[in-house]
Design a binder for this molecule. Structure first.
Ligand SMILES: Cc1cc2nc3c(=O)[nH]c(=O)nc-3n(C[C@H](O)[C@H](O)[C@H](O)COP(=O)(O)OP(=O)(O)OC[C@H]3O[C@@H](n4cnc5c(N)ncnc54)[C@H](O)[C@@H]3O)c2cc1C
Length: 382
């Protein structure tokens, strides 16, 4: 068993498996650990689909990262032979002055992205099962679609191993330390002590507890997902007939849906969950938790309001401004902390691996990461 590496990666979900594969493909000696066996359903990277979209409502600075991520996902698909992404186009619907629609338009304008802005009548003409209210408009992003998270994580893990990384599963890291000069890191698992020059923490919902001394203003949010059987016009909900759709139905309240990829139409609220502890997550989703969703579906997508086929719980790892954390530990320049979540990070996993590899090998990235700094978390929000 290898106990010394150039880089140790803790957490091999969406981001850690990407980081391990990018580093190993650059010829670095990599050891990775996960306390489960990814892809698994105990963290944030399960549930069959994730939305990918280009005209990014959360800020135009995400667009260059997204564009690189599309290239890297395609590359991963080709190298792995796995189906990781399906581009269907996707529509965001909301008040014409709402935060979501305004953000999408701003990104599209700033980066000259294709975007169809549709009136309520045009939305219903194009997608007869969607019934927006009169004050709403739609923004159709032709590059939107789905990423299949379990396939993506599996492909990244296979890539990492093929490139020589040693990945240890069912091995929680219980302790870590770094010498003050930042020259050496040590981690401890049940099988022993491992050392490296650098350490990357991609531990998802468990990141705050691994660096608890920093007291990061990051909280874990329980999210529940449902798969609905349409009560009418089931064909219309297939991916060849519609893509993903998200609704900002009130200021600050939204839901999103994916077409039926074989398990029913996946639909969920976005950011309406209770604070959770990742070690004691309530994974049982009660029938009562669907009530509010049935009400919104009846209002905007009545044909979808059939029975619920499947329910699942998952976790968001949220920062106060809902932007990512990608930065070095403030006390150790050889420890990189990565939390690209806040409920929208999966689509970036492919590029996050490349970014981490650049930061680890060169100390910098070609992308503007200023919005993801640890400083803003520790000074503005603590
Ligand atoms: C319900 C839901 C819907 C979402 N929808 C979208 C979407 O549509 N589009 C999108 O882009 N993003 C979406 N996201 C966000 C996206 O899924 C996350 O950004 C992404 O999955 C986070 O990946 P991660 O690698 O940080 O965490 P994870 O995949 O959870 O990986 C963390 C890993 O660290 C391991 N670990 C933790 N602690 C230790 C330790 N001490 N030792 C060893 N291993 C450890 C865990 O076992 C885990 O495997 C959604 C998230 C959820 C929950």
């Amino acid at each position: 068993m290898k106990t010394r590496a150039d880089v140790i990666v803790v957490g091999l979900g969406a981001h850690g498996s990407s980081v391990a594969s990018h580093l190993a493909r650059r010829g670095l000696n990599v050891i990775g650990f996960d306390m489960y066996r990814p892809p698994h359903s105990f963290g944030s990277s399960h549930g069959s689909t994730r939305i990918i979209r280009q005209a990014y409502s959360e800020g135009p600075f995400y667009v260059p990262l997204m564009q690189r991520a599309y290239d890297l996902w395609e590359d991963l698909e080709q190298r792995s032979g796995r189906k990781i992404m399906r581009i269907t186009g996707g529509i965001s619907i909301g008040d014409r002055r709402g935060k979501g629609i305004s953000g999408i338009k701003r990104s599209a304008e700033e980066h000259s992205l294709p975007l169809d802005v549709l009136t309520p009548a045009q939305i219903t003409q194009r997608f007869p099962m969607l019934h927006p209210h009169d004050h709403m408009i739609g923004a159709f992003d032709p590059r939107a679609g789905a990423i299949f998270p379990e396939e993506a994580v599996q492909a990244q893990i296979e890539e990492a191993i093929k490139a020589g990384a040693s990945l240890y599963f069912d091995e929680p890291i219980s302790k870590w330390s770094s010498d003050q000069k930042g020259g050496n890191v040590r981690v401890e698992s049940k099988s022993g002590i491992y050392e490296a020059e650098q350490l990357v923490f991609t531990a998802g919902a468990w990141l705050p507890e691994l660096v608890s001394k920093l007291n990061l203003p990051i909280w874990i949010e329980r999210q529940v997902l449902f798969w609905f059987e349409p009560k009418a016009n089931a064909e219309a909900f297939l991916p060849q007939n519609m893509g993903n759709h998200s609704w900002e139905y009130e200021q600050g309240h939204s839901m999103y849906a994916q077409p039926d990829y074989g398990e029913g139409v996946k639909i969920a609220f976005h950011h309406d969950g209770a604070q959770a502890n990742p070690n004691q997550l309530d994974r049982k989703v009660e029938e009562s938790e669907e009530k509010a969703l049935h009400e919104q579906i009846e209002r905007y997508i009545p044909d979808l309001n059939g029975k619920v086929l499947k329910r699942l719980a998952c976790m968001y790892t949220d920062t106060p401004d809902l932007h990512f954390l990608v930065d070095f530990h403030p006390h150790y320049k050889n420890i990189l902390l990565m939390s690209p979540c806040s409920g929208h990070g999966f689509k970036f996993a492919a590029v996050m691996g490349e970014i981490a590899a650049d930061l680890v090998t060169q100390g910098k990235s070609q992308f503007d990461l200023s919005h993801f700094s640890i400083d803003r978390l520790l000074t503005e929000y603590s």
